[in-house]
Design a protein around this ligand. Structure first.
Ligand code: BGC
Length: 516
């Protein structure tokens, strides 16, 4: 068990992380996304999106795909500025997570339509006029589309704000024929197939959305961190420090780097701190050899690490002694892969004192009857050390980024179920960061308010405005365009009953902030 309680040697890990970090940032997935006043770019494009004050409400749809649950959101941004949000959660069945990619995107489009019907955004008999195609460049006129931001929380090679190729699936997804494809296009094809008049205008990673949502409230936000089913971070980087940057060097001279730190260790650099349990978790996963750092930290794997340790101790007759008959049923969750949920780790750790009421309940759910006081204490000890190790690994990695940013105040926007619901994760991370961080830096971990939903929506609003302002300068559309416009004006009932108004000139002034 001592390996579990490995105290991370600060300097050693920091330098290891530094090396690994450069590797990740330079050669793997550098998703660079948009932010108002910040720059966003794919290899060949640059978007510097500035903002102005709104005169009306903006509405935008967002999809959030990142784990077993999938959300559709309607986000309304009012001039105060205030963000209102309506959302619905849909389950992604295992058969879809592991099946053909085209079915996944069809499922997302079905859920989107379901939500739009519920919100009366697609009243029967009323259709948004289909986007028109400009003859000169074959682009659709965007003014008739409902804009949509897509939070797609998987590693991508971002080639534009609305164009990203999936590099690899993570978190249990293995849908075929998606890796290397443009996921925005796949989503858009599925949406078009169902004749839903929605256009995906931006794709973001959940870390980027989290950074956005937090920066909206706190100017010092420079990092977005997710600790949930998976783990990852993104941060603001100066353009001249990005070796792979081939866009322009005009203001704003910063980009958001999606680090994809869950993949850290795929190159064996973490082998010296991995345990046999980590190896087992990796080998029995759907993506062996991948997401090594993530598998030591995130919610998808933490419970499983605990379960494997318990089984090991049982095999050595160090726990549940004398109860062999009681736990002999191999169909119980304890003997089932994934049977010990990460939420149980949190539950066990909320027990204080010697009664172990929560721990006993969890053990009973696992198929262990009448655990002794020692059994409960050992289980709690395992949980505490597995989660503490995860918090320290995340904390150490985060410190390298904070030190690299090296500003007097650095706020980290954090989201994810592990961080939200574990009773000690935040405290353990903070303790670790304090021992490693440069003494001139004050850091703050702030719970981000639904970044993966709102963040994508904010970006979509800005992207939509940007596209519309670009389209204004385009040459004329089909000859029928003017007739159709005229028809719509004289028959307003042919438009949706609750039209969504976009003021192409406006975005809240609070957005218009140049990073300090
Ligand atoms: C994905 C990241 C994502 C993270 C948190 C990881 O598995 O690769 O893109 O940000 O999970 O959702």
């Amino acid at each position: 068990m001592s390996s579990l309680a490995t105290i991370i040697k600060d300097d050693a890990l920091a330098s290891t992380l530094r090396v690994g970090f450069y590797g990740v940032a330079a050669c793997s997935v550098v998703g660079i996304a948009a932010y108002i006043g910040y720059k966003a770019a794919g290899p060949n494009e640059t978007y510097a999106l500035k903002s102005r004050h709104p005169e009306s409400n903006d509405q935008v749809l967002a999809l959030d795909l990142g784990g077993t649950n999938f959300r559709v959101l309607l986000v309304t941004l009012s001039p105060q500025p205030r963000i209102d949000l309506k959302s619905k959660i849909f389950v992604i069945p295992q058969s879809i997570m592991l099946g053909p990619g085209v079915n996944l995107f069809r499922h997302l489009a079905d859920c989107l339509l379901d939500f739009m019907k519920k919100e009366e955004l697609d009243k029967s008999g009323v259709h948004y006029p289909l986007g028109k195609v400009c003859k000169s460049n074959n682009m659709r006129h965007p003014s008739n589309h409902f804009p949509l931001g897509f939070t797609f929380s998987f590693p991508c090679k971002q080639e534009g704000l609305a164009s990203a190729r999936l590099t690899a699936w993570t978190k249990g997804f293995t849908c075929s024929d998606v890796v290397d494809s443009d996921v925005v296009k796949m989503l858009q094809d599925a949406i078009d197939e169902k004749q839903i008049n929605v256009k995906c205008v931006a794709l973001v990673n959940d870390t980027v959305g989290t950074l956005m949502a937090c920066a909206y409230k706190d100017q010092n936000t420079a990092i977005g961190l997710i600790l949930g089913t998976g783990t990852n971070a993104c941060y603001m980087e100066k353009i001249d420090r990005v070796g792979t940057w081939d866009g322009d060097y005009n203001e704003p001279k910063q980009v958001i780097i999606n680090m994809e730190w869950g993949a850290f260790g795929n190159n064996s650099r973490l082998n010296h701190i991995r345990t046999k349990y980590d190896e087992e978790v990796d080998l029995s996963s759907v993506n062996p050899g991948k997401q090594i750092f993530e598998k030591m930290i995130s919610g998808m794997y933490m419970g499983e690490i605990v379960r494997l340790i318990i089984l090991d101790l049982m095999q050595q007759d160090l726990i549940f002694i004398g109860q062999r008959d009681g736990y002999g049923d191999y169909r119980t969750p304890l003997f089932t892969r994934g049977g010990f949920y990460t939420k149980f780790v949190s539950t066990v750790e909320t027990d204080e004192g010697i009664a172990f009421a929560n721990t006993r309940r969890v053990l009973e759910d696992m198929g262990i009857r009448n655990p002794t006081f020692d059994d409960c204490a050992i289980i709690q000890h395992i949980c505490k050390n597995v989660s503490k190790r995860a918090a320290r690994l995340a904390g150490a990695c985060l410190t390298v980024v904070i030190n690299r940013i090296n500003k007097p105040n650095v706020t980290v926007g954090v989201d994810g179920s592990l961080y939200r619901y574990h009773p000690r994760f935040k405290r353990n991370m903070e303790k670790c960061i304090k021992t490693l961080v440069n003494k001139n830096i004050k850091f703050k971990l702030t719970l981000s308010d639904d970044g993966s939903g709102k963040g994508a929506a904010l970006i979509a609003i800005v992207a939509d405005r940007f596209q519309k302002s670009q389209m204004k300068n385009l040459p004329s559309f089909d000859e029928n365009d003017d007739e159709e416009e005229e028809e719509a004006r004289s028959h307003p009932q042919s438009r949706p009953s609750n039209p969504i108004t976009f003021n192409t000139q406006s975005v809240p002034s609070t957005f218009n902030r140049t990073p300090s």
